[in-house]
Design a binder for this molecule. Sequence first.
Ligand code: URA
Length: 210
Amino acid sequence: MRVFVADHPLITHKLTVLRDKNTPQPTFRLLTEELMTLLAYEATREVRVEPYEIETPVTKTMGVRLTQPLPLIVPILRAGLGMLEGMVKLVPTAEVGFLGMARDEETLLPTTYAERLPDSLAGRQCFVLDPMLATGGSLAGAIKFLFDRGADDVTAICVLGTPEGIETIREAAGDRKVTLVLGALDEGLNDKAYIVPGLGDAGDRLYGTA
Ligand code: URA
């Protein structure tokens, strides 16, 4: 598995405002989207393209376009939805599937409570959006789900991650092609499994506590 941690002053600045507990919800949403567009630029570095010929006003030349099947963006409900528009801005022709993951309180294992994805993901590059890589349980569950459906190349994009979360994803990935793109790598988790220093509950800060 490959791990990229962003290193750009604009990303650090946007993250600083996201971390600030006094940042109001509309600003938090907007910045999550903007940050996502910057992370998407890094995450799509190896998006599959094919050459094709175009005519400029002056001459013929070769360019590239996205290869079929088009990339699939998969926000994990609910907080991943806050990252979707930022990704779609950069890759507007990508398709979007949805995955809801929750922890089964008896088995403590991640379970899928909602999904709207193609039956086969064979040959698809999948981009999974989940802002907080804390213990990594739900993201690992989502990645396994996509591989079980036939995906062969999964990139997960998270606003913040922890060393524990990275290890969970590394174990889930095994020798399959998984790339992890993080806005920042934080210190770890507190006793309530919140990321430290973190930004609190991303879903609540995006959408409230309804
Ligand atoms: N999920 C969140 O939204 N925040 C954390 O800090 C950990 C998990």
